[in-house]
Ligand binder design. Sequence first.
Ligand SMILES: Nc1ncnc2c1ncn2[C@@H]1O[C@H](COP(=O)(O)OP(=O)(O)O)[C@@H](O)[C@H]1O
Ligand SMILES: [Mg+2]
Length: 393
Amino acid sequence: MPSPAKLVLGMMSGTSADGIDAALVRISGAPPRLKIRLVNHTQQPFPPEVRKEILRVAEQHPLTPAELSQLHTRLGQIYAQAALAACKKFQISPKKINFIGNHGQTVFHQGRSSNFLGKPVASTLQLGDGSTIANLTGITTVSDFRPADMALGGEGAPLVPFADYALYRHPKLGRVSLNIGGIANLTVIPANAKPSEVSAFDTGPGNMLIDALVQELTDGRERYDKDSRLARQGHLHRELLAFLLREPYLRRRPPKSTGREYFGAAYVKKILARAGRYRLRPADIVHTVTVFTAASIARALDRFVLPIAKISQLIVSGGGAQNPLLMAQLSALLPAIVVLPSSRLNVPTDAKEALAFALLAYETFHRRPSNLPTATGARGPAILGKISYAPLR
Ligand SMILES: Nc1ncnc2c1ncn2[C@@H]1O[C@H](COP(=O)(O)OP(=O)(O)O)[C@@H](O)[C@H]1O
Ligand SMILES: [Mg+2]
């Protein structure tokens, strides 16, 4: 007998640390026949002092174990409050929600192992305590999705390809799903693909460099380049673009993943120093870095995807899908591919990743694996996450 549909609230807060995206999703069935319907979605910004602390910690600045523990619980409270605020906005009682899938805030991620205390260790840390969320909302919560995959030798990332495959696989069309968050990552879904034919990797920076430069160049007045307003007042500086395109990460073969550890504050300093030599105006810097971001994605497709798969559509989600210059550049650099926002396939661009974590929680609840070993490199399927049960009513 098919199990009854579940209402799942997925929550995502990515490397941009801009806030929490929440998606309420009605899910039924089981792979390969999952039925997924987005009911509603919303966003909530982090309070500025919380955002500042997240960025500080994610940039690997020192903090005490006490502060780390406090931040873990404090974020649990913030996610719980975001979940309740989302319910209120959706005019649905939290009692109606079967469970929450919360990604949490990554403050450290090392997918490949290095030696630690005598053994190779790969590890990851997403903050936002699941028990806190479950007990403050009264909704059973799945959290900590990444470590199970890593324990099986995977990189613990990317996990969204499971959802990309469920949402976008097509019998005749080869598709790439691209999410432009702080980091940009893509999932390759060849026409009529089996799960084992799906691959995925991080292409490099998404909005991360643009955001950091805009904040720096506006003395913190602007947090990001809304609608590419600043970039559109500037021009492309070819030498700076050529310099940026020499970035070795772009040439590395997939599977590969990256984050704020790599494209963070030190990287931005390097760009500013170069731009200073050319005496560029802020608008020229932001314009050139926006073009670079698009070019890094297009080159990843040209180098690593198009030689092995026939792709007709690039489906874009994440905040970067709302950056018009970034989208226009992608279309221009990939003339043989139709570039379209995921909203055209009924997945709002700012709900895709939250929806993915609702789906992963649904799978975990049913004791089914939801990593794609071809995407993460794990030895086999893993049931992801930890379940924190709601208090008895
Ligand atoms: N209207 C817009 N114009 C330009 N950029 C935007 C717009 N809306 C969102 N963004 C970009 O999207 C980012 C947030 O993207 P998001 O998908 O939430 O990333 P993450 O998953 O890393 O949190 C913002 O920091 C900003 O750079
Ligand atoms: Mg975000």
